[in-house]
Design a protein around this ligand. Structure first.
Ligand SMILES: [Zn+2]
Length: 247
């Protein structure tokens, strides 16, 4: 990671025309740079070893208290009828919904079927809804995922593909890691390298703050096995580019 010129230019000059900054400035700059560049440090979601030593109810109770404190510090009146339930609502939402994919206990079990039809072509599940959370700003990432695989002899229930996407999306994420985590899970579950994952998503940290760009979206992809072959990849991209069925 490096500090770029634009950020450093915002710091004051001393008498020699040199940049002058202290440790707090540097820490803030590094934190901003990490957030705005949306860099991920590893493929695995960084978790503490004791992440699940505490049960969900206890987590909700503690988060409720901390979120109440955040609202208090912001100066909000927590006796107001509209606000008083918010700390508990947010705490429950974090543990039970938004970040439920952190807990391995919530991972969808993969029921596989024999490929009785001997269908050995590409299967594409497209336009899977993605609702995730940017781990740098804790605001939503909203988009679509397209998944493809070529059966090695096993097939998976279609809704399981959606559930795998949802499971990894319900974590604080960066889009690149989300894409890779889904691809790796599919490879393991389907016992094949012939897997592709494409995600096209809007980051609310980009559209509603910072550069405030409401139009841009981010596309990430992971191609492996036969999908590294150009013709196979083009076939997939054709399917994805065609409009969806409406019923
Ligand atoms: Zn962000």
């Amino acid at each position: 990671m490096k500090l770029n010129g634009t950020s450093l230019n915002s710091l004051p000059l001393n008498g020699n025309g040199r940049k002058q900054y202290n440790n707090d400035d540097l820490t803030d700059l590094l934190t901003d740079e990490m957030g705005e560049s949306h860099a991920a440090t590893s493929l695995e979601t960084p978790m503490r070893a004791d992440a699940f030593a505490m049960n969900d109810d206890h987590k909700i109770e503690l988060i409720e208290g901390h979120f109440r404190e955040i609202m208090n510090i912001l100066g909000l009146d927590l006796t107001d009828d509209s606000l008083k339930g918010s700390p508990r609502r947010v705490a429950k939402m974090y543990v039970k919904e938004t970040f439920s994919g952190l807990n391995p206990a919530n991972k969808p079990s993969a029921t596989l079927f024999e490929n009785k039809f001997q269908y050995n072509q590409m299967l594409v599940e497209k336009d899977i809804t993605v609702h995730s959370y940017c781990e740098h700003h804790f605001v939503p990432i909203i988009g679509r995922a397209h998944i493809a695989y070529i059966s090695s002899g096993k097939v998976i229930g279609l809704s399981k593909l959606n559930r795998i996407v949802q499971f990894f999306a319900k974590r604080p994420q960066v889009q690149e890691r989300l894409t890779m985590q889904i691809a790796n899970e599919l490879k393991e579950v389907l016992d094949t390298e012939d897997v592709a994952v494409i995600i096209d998503a809007k980051h609310l940290c980009v559209s509603t703050r910072g550069v405030n760009d409401v139009n841009s979206s981010t596309i990430t992809s992971a191609y492996s096995g036969k999908f590294e072959d150009e013709a196979t990849r083009q076939e997939l991209l054709r399917y994805v580019a065609n409009g969806s069925v409406t019923i």
